[in-house]
Design a protein around this ligand. Structure first.
Ligand code: UDP
Length: 238
């Protein structure tokens, strides 16, 4: 697959054209940002870990009926994906109180939720990704009612599948963020699923094994990403 022109450079990834207009190369960088990119750094080999972790997780989801943009792993830092028209809505699913939710609702971080919460955030850096709901999405014509129904259904299914998968890795899936896009007439899961986009805590010690180690200066950041990769690979081999 020939790597063509750079289409887009985000905070953690780059997208390149290929000789097939329907396919793009997604390259994972080591750059890390937090708090609207006011905090910046690099996490050695984060890109390699996230590329491999996402590859495993997209594989698990595909085998359980979730359509994703993943086509195949190309090398350590790159995967081939279907080109999507990204819907500018970030879907967050929460199983345990943490991060933004603990702060905005004054709840104790670590509290198990009675049932999973689905939140939508408008994907807009300049506006700091504000929380909004399905009425905003429909009124702003960001997605149709049918698309939104599909997105919510897939998101809860992803949660069910990943809760079980990570549990078998000895990890608690606290919360995570998904992005979806249109490909022809279908909705596909896009972006990545990694410790950059999920909160993952060790099941027995509650040690944070995700980007919160970078956000909160907790140290052992590289080790946390490597640990998640190791557990995901071991589980996938079973
Ligand atoms: N998240 C993400 N990208 C964002 C915001 C959040 O991947 O731009 C992920 C984050 O890693 C966590 C989940 O979404 O797993 C929920 O994050 P929250 O809304 O609590 O954001 P915070 O305020 O903690 O950044």
């Amino acid at each position: 697959m020939k790597k063509g022109k750079l289409i887009y450079e985000g905070k953690a990834k780059k997208l390149y054209q290929t000789d097939n207009p329907g396919l793009v190369i997604q390259e994972f960088k080591d750059d890390a940002t937090a708090f609207d990119a006011t905090k910046r750094g690099t996490i050695t080999d984060k890109g390699v870990c996230n590329n491999k972790i996402s590859t495993h997780l997209f594989g698990v989801l595909e085998t359980q009926g979730i359509p994703t943009h993943f086509v195949r792993l190309l090398n350590e830092r790159e995967m081939l994906v279907q080109r999507l028209e990204i819907i500018p809505v970030e879907v967050t699913i929460r199983n345990v109180v943490a991060g933004g939710m603990a702060k905005s609702l004054g709840l104790q971080e670590g509290k198990e939720l009675h049932s999973p919460i689905l939140e939508y955030h408008y994907k807009n850096d300049a506006l700091h990704d504000p929380l909004f709901n399905e009425y905003h999405i429909l009124a702003m014509e960001l997605a149709t009612e049918e698309e939104l129904k599909t997105i919510a259904k897939y998101s809860f299914e992803v949660n069910r599948i990943l809760l079980e998968f990570f549990d078998q890795c000895g990890l608690k899936l606290v919360d995570f963020k998904l992005e979806f896009g249109r490909h022809k007439d279908k909705i596909l899961l896009g972006d990545e699923i990694s410790p950059d986009t999920c909160r993952l805590w060790d099941k027995t010690t509650n040690k944070k094994l995700d980007k919160d180690r970078f956000r909160r200066d907790l140290g052992d950041i590289e080790e946390a990403y490597q640990e998640v990769l190791k557990r995901v690979c071991e589980r996938s081999r079973v």
